[in-house]
Design a protein around this ligand. Sequence first.
Ligand SMILES: *Cc1c(COP(=O)(O)O)cnc(C)c1O
Length: 381
Amino acid sequence: MAHEFIPYGHQSISEEDIAAVAAVLRGDWLTCGPDVDAFERAFAQYVGAKHAVSFANGTAALHGAMSAAGVEPGDAVIVPPLTFAATSNSAVYLGGVPVFADISRDTFCMDPADADRAARECGRRVKVFAPVSFAGYPVDIAAFKELARRHGAVVIEDGCHALGAERNGKKVGAEADMTAFSFHPVKHITTGEGGMVTTDSDRYAEHLRAFRAHGITRDPSKFKRSYAGGWDNDMQCLGYNYRLSDIQCALGASQLKRVDHFVARRREIAAMYEERLRDIDGVELPPSCAGHSWHLFAARFPADRRAQIFDRLREAGLGVQVHYIPVYAHSFYREHFPQDAARFPVSEETCARELSLPIFCGMTDEQVDLAVEDVRQALRS
Ligand SMILES: *Cc1c(COP(=O)(O)O)cnc(C)c1O
């Protein structure tokens, strides 16, 4: 008998969040106003970075970061196959060439050794290493910074899964040259659609701010031609309209006040899953560590039964998902950037066996029990 549907992720909106949004609607600034600055300042402070620059969504944030890193046509950008397509797409927008490196079995994040091999063998100028803190596991940024130093490249962390995750006493967003976040409703905090890039670099921050607002500046000190007066503005690079509105930033700032609670609850749920699934034959637990912020609970099942288990769990009312189809397996990538899948054995195996179990702040202990029981039943042949 199916129970009420349990989604794999769900936002958590409070009356305070609603009041914060309503206050903006009653005010003067719906966009380009003080709530944007306030959210950016609070976010930078939370992760421990000098700057935070908001974007319309996480993909736009990655696009801005790739542009700030100087990705030009033909440049290699080293990415893992196990991610949402946007990690790689954001480089392709600029004419960059995605060069894939396999993930590590122990973390499900890009393996620094394979990334080094890919960078050395690709025969292109390597501009960016773009590791993903997959599922909320904080990827080893120090290893990628060392690689980037040797290859003369920049580290852009895709931290879209990893708000609140920590490594060596630092939050994700404080360590890479730039880190991109998403505020889609399934992520740790939401603004409906939204994104952010954090960085300690003044130069990157300035580029990011121009890039998300048409490349236009009104600051007389930045003018490359003569300044004509108070009305003047100058478009200095080809930017986009990638701004996040004050309505959304007010929601983001309000959500950010509860982020530690959101992360703590996700950790509790992950610990319950780990304890209860450990002894069930046929389930393998995801990589775990103390600083994990658990966007996903990416369990593995036998590859030959995954489809059947997926269908059974969905029939039982459990909103499982597959994260992900390898990026290079999408038709667009097959056509434009064909790969030999045999070079990425860990990604191939993980993608063939993975099922994400529901995990979100509002999930109750009873729902965790239901999910565990569903898994137990689905594995009975
Ligand atoms: C969600 C996500 C993105 C893109 O974020 P959007 O806000 O949906 O554009 C990029 N990378 C990863 C790994 C994501 O999970």
